[in-house]
Design a protein around this ligand. Structure first.
Ligand code: ADP
Ligand code: MG
Length: 210
């Protein structure tokens, strides 16, 4: 548990073709999950792109992103230390399951093989390391994606409707797993979703986009 990480969105305003898309002002503390709800097209993914550093040039943005007190608004995505989970697990198809997890681990990390094994074990996938990720079920792939994210030691996490493609039973299970792990890791997390049950399960504050 890291009780230091802290994400601040300060007076964020996003616009498209001169029309305001959304405004947001929010602080997310360590282990806190802030949910932002809005219908399709309300700008949820755009908001995450702005925070993560890959906003499409079509948008105008103002406001700042602060991570652990540091203004990261001008930094390229790969230097922000922000992890992402999307609807699709987005595992690399040319790497094994273990290869995907190793990709998440910082190169300087010690005990790489043991940490990969422990990560698989932690989500019930012990022994799956050498498998081709495309041979895993959707739920298993989602768990690998979660562990790859955690192994990358992010300082904050963004979640873009990460459960929307899972069937109902699996969705409940993944919500508990993902939110539990993020809280345990002390990561400030921003969830965007159109599903109120996701936001409820996240257990934090819920903001609604107009
Ligand atoms: P949500 O994730 O809430 O469904 P998005 O953030 O994807 O919404 O999209 C917000 C608006 O921006 C939509 O009107 C969408 O059509 C538009 N949009 C999304 N991406 C781009 C882009 N790269 N260029 C231009 N417009 C975009
Ligand atoms: Mg979206």
């Amino acid at each position: 548990m890291n009780d230091r990480h802290h994400l601040v969105l300060k007076d964020v305003q996003l616009a498209l073709d001169g029309a305001s898309l959304l405004t947001l002002d929010a602080e997310v503390g360590p282990g806190e999950i802030l949910s932002v709800m809005g219908p399709s097209g309300s700008g949820k993914s755009t908001l995450l792109a702005f925070v993560a550093g890959f906003l499409a040039p079509a948008f105008d943005a103002s406001g700042r992103v602060l991570l652990n007190g540091r203004d990261i608004t001008g930094l390229p995505a790969e230097r922000r230390g922000i992890g992402l989970l999307f609807q699709d697990p987005l595992l690399f198809p040319h790497l094994s399951v273990a290869g995907n997890l190793r990709f998440g681990l910082p190169r300087a990390a010690r005990d790489r093989a043991a940490r990969v094994e422990a990560a698989l074990d932690a989500v019930g996938l012990a022994g799956f390391g050498e498998r081709d990720p495309t041979t895993l079920s959707g739920g298993q792939q989602s768990r690998v994606a979660l562990m790859r994210l955690l192994l990358s030691a992010p300082r904050a996490v963004l979640l873009d409707e990460p459960f929307s493609k899972l069937d109902t039973a699996l969705r409940q299970e993944m919500r508990q797993l993902v939110f539990g792990r993020l809280r345990e890791a002390g990561l400030p997390s921003l969830l965007v979703t159109h599903d109120h049950a996701d936001a409820e399960a996240a257990g934090g504050r819920i903001l609604t986009l107009a």
